[in-house]
Design a binder for this molecule. Sequence first.
Ligand code: LLP
Length: 439
Amino acid sequence: MSTNQLLKPVTTEYKEHLIIGGCDMVELAQTYGTPLYVLDEKTIRSVCRDYKEAFSSYNNVKMMYASKALCNSAVAKIVDSEGFGFDTVSAGEIYTLYKSGIDMSKVLFNGNNKTPDEIELAIQYGVGRFSIDNFHEVELISKISKKHNRQIDALLRITPGIECHTHKYIQTGQLDSKFGFDLSQIDSIIEHILKVDKTIKIRGLHAHIGSQIFEPKCYYDEVEVLVKEISRIDNKFNIKLDEINIGGGLGVKYTDSDNPPAISEIADVILDSLHKNIEKYGIELPALYLEPGRSIISTAGVTLYTVGSSKQVPDMTKYTAVDGGMADNPRPSMYEAEYYAEVANKINETPKEKVTIAGKFCESGDILIKDIELPALEAGDILCVYNTGAYNYSMASNYNRAAKPAMVLVNNSQSDIIIYRETLEDLVSHDNIPDRLVR
Ligand code: LLP
């Protein structure tokens, strides 16, 4: 079974309490407080190895972890040590990698509205690839790269016109999308770059068709669109593009009803399409870039909460609230995302009641899990919500002036803080009271 098909981290054990990475989740909650993000190092490494093994028959693969899923210095170090590069979309992500000592030539910069400051930073730090998204960006890159006397290696981001069955907010490859060039605009941008913007060297094409994808066929079609386009561009402009970037998107198992394909299954489909279409359209084998985010980091992460108040609506729902919610995990309220949980201190008890896990934030929609069967919950219990490694911390907010939780890395029975908990002082540290308001 591949790691993205698991509901829980690879090191999960049931002893007196729930154990992950050899650490007791109840003790961890006591030591570091809750809510607490916990990240299992072995699970991250296990997924990275699944990817490397699945694509090992193709000797020109570049794995670029999509750092938007979770970006911090410790994760950067782990993923880097597995031989991955990085897909970034902001100055913040680029800076984090730079400060973590990552080789910046292994970093790719994506995004539909890179600001002049971000482009400047990326060029100064020597980011290896830009994925150019639009005409405005070409002008900016051209101007800034000339100033620094740098040649920019670029991919052109296209919208391949492929719709995948996933939540519409996380679909990106369909034609009506804010990302990338429509296929009808590609020729004019290439003409422009070849004539005017000689500091930009087009190396290949890039696309991304969406996230939490379960259908391998989408990737087959995507690869075909990219290969066909490269061949057409070669014929028309006589330029050899030798890189294709197919983005990320592979799904994970949030609940028992999710059945994502194995990484090896996706790899077989992608490589099959690549080999067949290369022959069909007569191009040479390109470098293949992948940008997995969620599938690398989601399963490794869990969130621990302390159970607080409960409310039984007569003859209806029983709500039990925890000490976190939409500020640390906005996905249920944004995407109706579903999660699975267990009670870390009652791990051997059989589920007795159906309960809805509510967050503590001032929104009726702040519900983490609807109708889950759990052992009878009492205040003080430690609830462990699984599969929160991706797009939880990275999308967390300070709503209701909540301090963001800490993140702890577990491995071989050792736990280490990798992100400190925000303090109340942190929350006011960026406030400023104008003089005229001070009496
Ligand atoms: N490459 C590009 C160009 C992307 O836009 C994305 C994600 C990825 C790679 C990584 O995709 P992944 O392997 O993680 O599916 N906040 C949403 C997900 C947004 C994904 C945005 N783009 C969520 O929580 O479900």
